[in-house]
Design a protein around this ligand. Structure first.
Ligand SMILES: C[S@@+](CC[C@H](N)C(=O)[O-])C[C@H]1O[C@@H](n2cnc3c(N)ncnc32)[C@H](O)[C@@H]1O
Length: 374
């Protein structure tokens, strides 16, 4: 893989300014952006003028009209790209990942058997993506009968992995999840859990350095405070070090609760989304749910209402959590065996899945050790 020599002149003609950075091919990450000289914190390293942005407002009326209101902005942008045969887009395509590149990482493009082995949180995101895609794909293929399902899927996934949240004031007319924008060159930055920030001005978008970067260093953008399950399903990769990572425990906490307890938690919006992270031995939601199993109603109410800190029931809660985490270790072990035995999909897909479960295992073991050493 290499970057077409006409690509940078093309971005230049679009008014994109790169200052002290340039895109390069990087092993294992496709293309990324690297500092060509020392960059200072708060330097604007890339700017993209409004005229170069692709938004719902730049989609040809014939396409937008044929698809909306039934298809989301995401779905319309994907359809536009799938139908775009212009020379302009052909140049952008030279730096876009191929279908094979996307298949390696994006669970939406994996075989069902591997999708079924995803961690619970990733599976939840995938289910929502798949339902949206199916609904939108049917509408798009009905409107543009020459389009093929697999081509539309490629562009749908592409838009998923390369759009930014669009903070232009006029986007307020759209629901939050629909405010999407595509930007040439800005979409070549890879993500880190701490990275540069995107900022909007009336002229367009800037990427601002979050810290000093030395010449030759890769410059990362922060896509947001995302866990590895989120990065896996939305972007097709995971980070080795991720301060926003968390492990979802619903799989082992929900089965402990009876019907009434579930209904009680649901009524206060505390049913599900139980997590472990680096900072806590079970998040506050987990603490609330487990206290239903070992406290009187009055004690539970006082903890829930923050009238007391629940110190008196902490040992019982920790014991319940420890048992749940040990059960989770069994589930993780069985899942890893299934991943190893799976004879479907690509090696890269199975390896990514294995790495994610190993990260989860490490976090669960660490918490077990901490609970046992208290
Ligand atoms: C906005 S694009 C970034 C540019 C991309 N690397 C390319 O070649 O076009 C987002 C995609 O880059 C890859 N990516 C981003 N950050 C990464 C990272 N830290 N490690 C591995 N892959 C990453 C993922 O495939 C993701 O879907």
């Amino acid at each position: 893989m290499s970057i077409d020599e006409a690509f940078l002149p093309w971005t230049d003609a679009k008014g994109v300014k790169m200052k002290g950075v340039e895109p390069r091919v990087l092993p294992g990450r496709g293309i990324g952006v690297v500092a060509t000289r020392n960059v200072r914190a708060n330097d604007v390293i890339l700017s993209v003028p409004t005229r170069s942005l692709r938004t719902i407002d730049t989609v040809p009326k014939a396409i937008a009209k044929a698809l909306q209101p039934g298809v989301s902005v995401h779905g319309v942008l994907a359809a536009e790209m799938a139908l775009d045969e212009s020379e302009d887009f052909a140049m952008w395509r030279t730096v876009l990942p191929t279908r094979e590149d996307l298949e390696a990482g994006m669970p939406m493009m994996w075989p069902k058997e591997l999708q079924d082995l995803l961690p619970g949180r990733a599976k939840g995101i995938l289910e929502r993506q798949t339902a949206t895609f199916r609904r939108e794909c049917d509408l798009v293929l009905k409107a543009f009968t020459d389009l093929k399902r697999e081509d539309y899927l490629y562009f749908w996934v592409l838009v998923n992995t390369r759009t930014f949240y669009n903070s232009m004031p006029k986007m307020k007319a759209y629901p939050q999840a629909e405010r999407l924008v595509c930007m040439p060159a800005a979409d070549l930055f890879n993500h880190a859990d701490q990275g540069c920030q995107l900022s909007y001005t009336a002229m367009g978008y800037n990427i601002v350095a979050d810290r000093v970067y030395r010449e030759g260093e890769e410059v990362y953008l922060s896509y947001g405070p995302h866990s590895n399950d989120f990065l896996l399903t939305e972007y097709g990769f995971i980070l080795d070090t991720n301060r926003w990572d968390e492990v979802h425990l619903d799989q082992v906490i929900l089965p402990l609760l009876n019907k009434t307890q579930r209904a009680d938690l649901k009524s206060v919006d505390f049913l599900g989304r139980y997590t472990l992270d680096d900072q806590t031995l079970g998040c506050h939601r987990t603490q609330v749910a487990l206290r239903l199993l070992c406290c009187t109603p009055g004690q539970w109410q006082r903890f829930f209402g923050a009238v007391d800190d629940g110190r008196y029931s902490q040992a019982d809660v920790d014991e319940l959590l420890l048992t749940a985490l040990k059960d989770f270790l069994d589930i993780i072990g069985t899942t890893l065996e299934k991943v190893d035995e799976a004879d479907v999909g690509l090696d890269s897909q199975r390896e990514l899945l294995r790495r994610r479960w190993q990260q989860i295992e490490t976090m669960v073991r660490k918490t077990i050790e901490q609970l046992e050493s208290q």
